[in-house]
Ligand binder design. Structure first.
Ligand code: UD1
Ligand code: CA
Length: 458
């Protein structure tokens, strides 16, 4: 194995104006730095990368996750200084070190690979990524000699007006030979304008030594976007959204208006599913085939089977089997499991409950900590009163039961198979199978009494 990576994440994020380091801010639902790590992993980075972090950077440690090594840069003295703190970990480990920045989340795995391959094939001492940008402001410019050889990178702060006109910029990804890297880093001097030690000055050092410098040009300038401000964060979000949405459309998913559908990086969606605008599909959501999702819907860490409909609803941590209909205006909370052909209608809320096949809950109501069988009808306004102020209690509704409108099920309670509750019942005791109860508190119907039948809106 010939290479590994260093990711710089110890800067102050001054321009980002946040209490938290910018690299932990989410992009397409996952921390910015995770995009860099994932892309490096996909490029086949053979050793765990080293992430350079600042002091007290527990948020960055957490966002980077377990499969990395950390080096600490005690003071943010510039990108060149930052890499030096990785030396004790990496000295002698591999012959080539890729260096990139945690605020470059859009660089693709193929690009990292191309850079490594060019570097190794040419035997260069230093290889770096460049691109031409119509607006190069804010980036380091690549200065070349008349023969086209890279001479140095000049940072915006130091660039003279002529250099500022250069449209070829330094993307911020380098592959450098070891141990040349460590020797060169130790020779870098603070920049005149900012007093920082610039990693980019390695290019001038290599050129002065007559060492071989190679550059690789990006084909897609969008990959070069560095995130220094919230404006660039929004731009990256838009680019990633377009990439993700394009991928799903090419996989056979219809997006009515791809600019208005927000799909997280970890989501998966089956073909012939149609997604309507203003829909947010987040976390590790999985959606099956031939579903209709949205408009105005949030799915978060949800599992949706085939041929489901979820309209104007919020579904979080719930599992839906095939042909389930949800909404409009339903809220499914974590722990909800709906079996095949369940319908959950308007203004219904379900939490931590399992609902059996073909059961209907068409109108406003609440199920919490409930186990509901197959073919149950849950009338409008039914509530499982699952909380006594201290503890949560379960409700069990067996197959083919009929829960009349506005029934209060005071848990713990069980409604037996094919039992019925009358409209407005307050059920405080178990209902035996095949029994009708009604009233407050609900009692079984006695043959001598003439009461109305159970009734529920459907
Ligand atoms: C840097 C490059 C510039 C390039 C641009 C691409 C330098 C000197 N300049 O400028 O040529 O065009 O990226 O986006 O490298 N960091 C540390 N420790 C520090 C300072 C920074 O770890 O002391 C980290 C930051 O957290 C960040 C990365 O290094 O992730 C880049 O730093 P930043 O200040 O954003 O550099 P740019 O000004 O964008
Ligand atoms: Ca930057």
């Amino acid at each position: 194995m010939t290479w590994t990576a260093v990711i710089l994440a110890a800067g102050l994020s001054t321009r980002f104006k946040s209490e938290r380091p910018k690299v932990v801010h989410p992009l397409a639902g996952r921390p910015m730095i995770q995009h860099v790590l994932k892309s490096l992993r996909a490029a086949g980075c053979p050793h765990p990368p080293v992430v350079v972090i600042g002091l007290n950077a527990s948020a960055v440690r957490e966002a980077a996750g377990p499969d990395v090594r950390f080096a600490v840069q005690p003071e943010p003295r510039g990108t060149g200084d930052a890499v030096r703190w990785a030396e004790p970990i990496l000295r002698g480990e591999v012959p080539h070190i890729l260096i990139t920045y945690a605020d470059l989340p859009l660089v693709r795995p193929e690009t990292f690979r191309r850079l490594i391959e060019t570097h190794q094939a040419t035997g260069a001492t230093l290889t770096f990524l460049t691109v031409h940008r119509a607006d190069p402001a804010g980036y380091g410019r690549v200065v070349r000699d008349p023969a086209g050889r890279a001479l140095r990178i000049v940072e915006e702060a130091e660039a003279n007006p002529e250099e500022r006109e250069i449209s070829e910029i330094n993307v911020g990804v380098y592959v450098v030979r070891e141990p040349w890297l460590w020797v060169a880093l130790s020779r870098l001097q603070p920049s005149p304008a900012k007093g920082e030690i610039y990693l980019t000055d390695l290019v001038a050092l290599a050129a002065a030594e007559g060492a071989r410098i190679e550059t690789v040009a990006l084909e897609d300038p969008e990959e070069a976007l560095g995130i220094n401000t919230r404006v660039q964060l929004a731009e990256a979000e838009r680019i990633l959204r377009r990439r993700i949405n394009t991928r799903w459309m090419l996989e056979g998913v219809t997006l009515l208006d791809p600019e208005r559908v927000y799909i997280g990086a970890e989501v998966s969606i089956g073909p012939d599913t149609v997604i309507y605008p203003d829909t947010y599909i987040e976390g590790e959501t999985r959606i099956g085939r031939r579903c209709r999702i949205g408009p105005n819907t949030i799915l978060r860490d949800a599992v949706v089977g085939d041929e489901c409909v979820v309209e104007a609803s919020v579904v979080e941590g719930a599992v839906l089997a095939d042909r389930v209909h949800v909404g409009p205006f339903a809220r499914l909370r974590p722990g909800t499991r709906l079996a095949e052909d369940v319908h959950v209608g308007n203004f219904a809320e379900i939490k931590n409950s399992a609902v059996g096949p073909r059961t209907r809950m068409h109108h406003f109501g609440y199920l919490g900590d409930a186990t509901v069988g197959a073919d149950v009808n849950i009338g409008a306004g039914t509530v499982t009163c699952n909380f006594d102020g201290v503890r949560k209690h379960p409700t069990i509704i067996e197959d083919e039961a009929f829960i009349g409108s506005d029934t209060m099920l005071v848990a713990p309670v069980r409604v037996g198979r094919r039992a019925k509750t009358g409209a407005g019942s307050v059920v405080t005791r178990d209902v035996p199978p095949e029994t009708l109860v009604y009233g407050v508190p609900a009692r079984p119907r006695s043959p001598s009494q003439d009461v109305g039948d159970a009734s529920g809106a459907d």
